[in-house]
Design a protein around this ligand. Structure first.
Ligand SMILES: Cc1cc2nc3c(=O)[nH]c(=O)nc-3n(C[C@H](O)[C@H](O)[C@H](O)COP(=O)(O)OP(=O)(O)OC[C@H]3O[C@@H](n4cnc5c(N)ncnc54)[C@H](O)[C@@H]3O)c2cc1C
Length: 455
């Protein structure tokens, strides 16, 4: 592509409605105030923006949906590029693959793949962006069978610091593909990815909700079950304090409830149903659920299981990878997030790991996770609850779970840029840095490199 073909990008300045639109993000508690903002609607516009940023001597930052806007580093004087690339999701059913332009959300991938009886290793929310989730690891309700989502990255198309477009594959640049897989970002602007799909005609999925008072028995039962659970099942245990909002079932609002949700996807639907019954049967016998949405459905039903907010909300949160919940873990967890704990969190989640999450896939900077559970907690800084309250509560959770904290984190689950985080060990982080230095010697994209991936 020649320079003359590149259209000049519109550079939106603070104070204009276009700037407000270009800097709007999913997390309403995040401060996104770059020097100026560009919305790229073609690869050529991405190239122009990269060159403009390089000429200006400022860093270039990239956001898709801004679901992680509270976790990325402050924008300072950098330029912001939003990706809204055209073309839509292209499914190649024979190769079980999908080509996905940057700016696409997972709901669009699920919708494109489902008619072929295929699914992708997406997260709980259809509104999350494909690129940010995928490059950050990606913890899916298919993960104990399929592994971290980053292992499903086959190829990426990237605009690098000199403005050129590179297609990164195992054959062309295995080192950069390795670094893109969980290396913490900051290599360039991804304009499209090619990902694996897998057969999933029917999935057993949903959530079962009980009053918060039953939390101890239910968490005991769920965590014991996770010890021998089939790989087809990936679930989470949640303590929720949901407000009355559109999309929140009234029976769950304004009180503490606990929930076991997730998905079971086996080759044989009957096997999936049996596996779900093996978990839910004993839990249901501990107490009458307030609501039970588990059912057999097409893969699109998995996006409804977790009750994620469909529209932007403010939140502040934290994340840990936990070794286990043995010997007092249940009491320690509920002591800080349970019904009588005074927790300001809207949701405190333990995601079930193990299975294929713990196994290596193709070469990846971060392709597997140690630890049995991923903790995520988040709450809205609204009403009497302040950002400081939520941060202080995050420290209390860390103190209560300190003995079980692996000290490691998953980029896609990190909720704050300045909290403790470490995705990679030292040698891996140094190897990732060498790849960054090769493709971006001036550090144009350095602001997007996750702090948890630095040596
Ligand atoms: C409601 C909700 C549900 C979630 N569920 C899950 C879940 O089930 N599993 C899970 O693992 N995570 C989950 N997450 C976390 C989510 O995966 C991360 O926030 C992820 O980073 C979001 O990606 P994004 O592109 O939408 O976000 P953004 O905030 O736009 O981007 C996140 C990061 O990706 C980088 N990035 C985005 N686009 C590009 C691009 N084109 N080129 C280069 N870099 C880019 C950005 O620079 C940034 O560092 C959830 C988050 C929320 C708020």
């Amino acid at each position: 592509m020649s320079d003359s073909l590149d259209p000049p990008p519109a550079l939106w300045q603070p104070g204009t409605p276009e700037y407000a639109e270009a800097t709007a993000v999913f997390n309403l508690a995040a401060e996104v105030r770059p020097r100026a903002a560009v919305v790229a609607r073609s690869v050529a516009e991405v190239r122009s923006a990269v060159r403009l940023a390089a000429r200006s001597g400022r860093g270039l930052r990239t956001l898709g949906t801004g679901h992680a806007a509270g976790a990325v580093r402050p924008f300072d004087e950098s330029l912001l590029l939003r990706t809204r690339l055209p073309g839509g999701v292209r499914v190649d059913a024979d190769r079980r693959a999908a080509w996905v332009p940057a700016g696409t959300c997972w709901a669009d991938v699920v919708a494109a793949a489902a008619p072929h009886g295929l699914a992708a290793v997406h997260g709980s929310s259809g509104g999350v962006g494909v690129v940010g989730y995928l490059l950050g690891g990606g913890v899916s309700f298919y993960g104990r069978r399929r592994g971290l989502a980053v292992n499903s990255l086959r190829a990426a198309e990237l605009v690098v610091a000199d403005g050129s477009v590179v297609t990164v594959t195992e054959a062309d640049d295995p080192e950069l593909l390795w670094a893109l897989r969980g290396g913490g970002g900051g290599f360039g602007v991804v304009t499209a990815v090619e990902i694996d799909l897998f057969p999933a005609a029917e999935v057993f999925t949903g959530g079962c909700y009980w009053p918060g008072g039953a939390a101890a028995e239910l968490l005991d039962g769920w965590s014991s079950w996770t010890g021998g659970a089939p790989r087809a099942a990936t679930t989470s245990f949640r303590v929720m304090n949901l407000p009355e909002l559109p999309g929140v079932p009234p029976v769950l609002a304004g009180r503490t409830v606990v929930c076991v949700d997730g998905a079971v996807a086996a080759d044989d639907p009957a096997e999936a149903r049996d596996a779900a019954d093996g978990l839910l049967g004993p839990l249901r016998s501990l107490g009458e659920p307030l609501l039970d949405t588990w059912r057999g459905t097409g893969p699109e039903g998995v996006l409804l299981a977790h009750l994620d907010p469909p529209a932007p909300v403010p939140f502040v949160g934290d994340h840990l990878l936990l070794r286990d919940l043995a010997e007092g873990g249940v009491a320690a967890f509920l002591g800080v997030v349970g019904a009588d704990s005074g927790s300001p969190l809207a949701v405190a989640t333990l995601r079930q790991l193990g299975g294929a999450f713990a196994e290596s896939g193709p070469p990846a900077a971060l392709g597997r996770l140690d630890g049995q559970f991923a903790y995520m907690g988040s709450g809205p800084p609204v009403g009497p609850v302040t950002v400081s309250d939520l941060r202080a509560h995050g420290r209390a959770v860390r103190a209560a779970l300190a003995g079980r904290d692996t000290g490691r984190t998953v980029p896609s689950l990190v909720e704050s840029h300045d909290g403790p985080q470490r995705h990679l060990d030292g040698p891996t982080a140094r190897a990732v840095r060498r790849v960054r230095e090769r493709v971006d010697p001036e550090g144009l994209f350095g602001g997007d490199a996750s702090p948890g991936s630095l040596p």
